[in-house]
Each structure stands twice: as C-alpha cells, then as structure tokens.
Ligand binder design. Structure first.
Ligand SMILES: Nc1ncnc2c1ncn2[C@@H]1O[C@H](COP(=O)(O)OP(=O)(O)O)[C@@H](O)[C@H]1O
Ligand SMILES: [Mg+2]
Length: 264
C-alpha cells in the first residue's frame, strides 16, 4: 500500500480536484483506492455524496480512538461509494476542534500513520486530502505519506503560498528526520494568459527538480464532474484535464516503484 498526500496551505489551488482525479485514474487501472478527507470543510466527502453532518465516525473517530475516547458509532468506518468503487474515510466539521483539544499531546502526529493499517479493507493506494492550514491534520498527513503532491495555481500570488508551504515542510521534516519526496504540480494552467505562463517559468526557475514537467490545464469539465460526484478521469477520460491527471498518476506510480527499489 502506498500513500500519497495532497497538500498546500492555500485554499482553492486544486487539492481536492487532484485527489479525486488521481483516485479515478488509479481505478481506471484497476487499483483499489482509499481516499482520506482531512479537511474539516469536508469537500471531498461531499463530492462523493456523503453528508458531513453524519460522518463523525470517519477521520474524527480515528483521532478520538487514539486519545482513548470512545469513538463515534464504533468508528473509524470506511464508506464504500458508488463513484467508481472508491472508498473513503470521510471528514466532518468536528475535525476543526482537534488542534485545540489534543494538539499538544505527545504522539498526536502519527495517529494517521498508525491508524491506517487498522482500517477494515484492502487497498493498493491511499490518497490524503489535506486542509488548507497547518495543524495536526496536515502534520499527520506529511508523516504518513510516501509521496507528497503540492498543487500550485499558475497565477502571480500563488508562489508566496508555495514558499510558505515548503518552509512548513522543512520544519516538520526537521522534527521527523525526513522530508517526504514532493512534487509541485502546476494547476489551472491557461496558456493564453501571461500570468499563467510567467508563473510557470518562475516555478521552474526557482524550484526546478521538484516541479512536474507537465501541467494541469484549466478545464471547465471538472465542474461538471463534481456536479455528478464522479472523477473526471473516469467520467470523461479523454478530457484534457483528465488526460493530464492520468499522466500525473502514471508518473507518481513510477516514482513509487523507484522508492520501493531504493528501500529494498
Ligand atoms: N484544472 C482545473 N480547471 C478548472 N477548474 C478547476 C481546476 N482545478 C480545480 N478547479 C476548480 O477550482 C475550485 C477549487 O478547487 P479544489 O480542488 O476544491 O481546491 P482546494 O481543494 O485546494 O481548495 C473548484 O471549483 C474546482 O472545480
Ligand atoms: Mg479541498
């Protein structure tokens, strides 16, 4: 089982879109996929048809169990969805209180890493959708993942957010001993606009070896896919956006393979 995390402290950069699109691309290849929604806003859970008011037995329950409190409804419970048979451990608004209630307890940074193995089900891949703020949930995702994907919108102000994200990564890496392998993915790229082109050049200049060599284009069909609660990669595999995410999926899988070879 390999674990990918998708994170950026900025909202609206395409994290959730990246998670659902990669999940679909993996399903297209016959891989078994679990997605984990770590964002208290629960956009991914809603995308897949769940009501976030009724999902405290998801990620929240995993954390309650870790601190010795009674988990909700016997959770943590993975939900099977009709969206291409993607499984999800859902988020709920209660996740927003974790930092305040348990943020200072020791061992809180590895709850997810330890808890994933205990979930009922078998998967080839787990993908973690991170909240847009630094806190216990993001720390857990960074500790648990084999690879980290950082979507960055190709627009002028996005690079500041990226620098902040990389400082966070370094900080967490120092306490953990390692920084996960990360790949910066330019998203919502519009080749007709100067802002998109210039920020892509700057990205490649400044962060070179870590920037994915392709881009995720702007594609209005993502909106249609989200309305239907399906990944664009399975709904319309021929769409430009879907093809780009499929290529990203392929590259991440081949990096997984390389990481395994190095480890063995
Ligand atoms: N490549 C893209 N082309 C067009 N719209 C996109 C693209 N990626 C994301 N979006 C849209 O942008 C909005 C924010 O994306 P989302 O994935 O929810 O970001 P985040 O999870 O980082 O907050 C959503 O409405 C989504 O449909
Ligand atoms: Mg999101």
């Amino acid at each position: 089982m390999t674990i990918w995390a998708v994170a950026n402290q900025k909202g609206g950069v395409g994290k959730t879109t990246t998670v659902i699109s990669l999940a679909g691309a993996l399903r297209q290849r016959g891989e078994r996929v679990l997605v984990v929604d770590l964002d208290p806003h629960a956009s991914l859970s809603s995308y897949l048809g769940l009501d976030p008011e009724q999902t405290d037995d998801g990620v929240y329950s995993l954390f309650l169990k870790a601190v010795g409190e009674a988990p909700v409804n016997g959770g943590p419970r993975v939900r099977h969805t009709g969206a291409d048979d993607i499984d999800i451990l859902p988020a709920s608004p209660a996740l927003a209180v974790l930092d305040r209630k348990y943020g200072t307890r020791t061992g809180m940074g590895v709850v997810l890493q330890r808890g994933l193995g205990g979930l009922k089900g078998e998967w080839d891949h787990v993908i973690l959708d991170c909240p847009p703020m630094l806190g216990i949930l993001m720390v857990n995702a960074l500790a648990a993942c084999d690879q980290l994907v950082i979507p960055v919108q190709t627009e002028f102000l996005a690079l500041n957010g990226l620098r902040r994200m990389l400082r966070t990564l370094e900080m967490i890496g120092r306490s953990r001993g390692v920084v996960p392998d990360y790949l910066i993915v330019p998203t919502q790229f519009d080749r007709r606009t100067r802002a998109s082109l210039q920020s892509l050049y700057t990205l490649r200049d400044e962060f070179a070896p870590h920037v994915w060599e392709q881009v995720i284009p702007v594609d209005t069909r993502f909106r249609e896919a989200s309305r239907l609660g399906r990944p664009l990669t399975t709904l319309s595999p021929e769409a430009r956006g879907a093809r780009a995410y499929d290529a990203l999926c392929r590259d991440l899988m081949s990096s997984d393979k390389q990481l395994r070879e190095v480890a063995s």
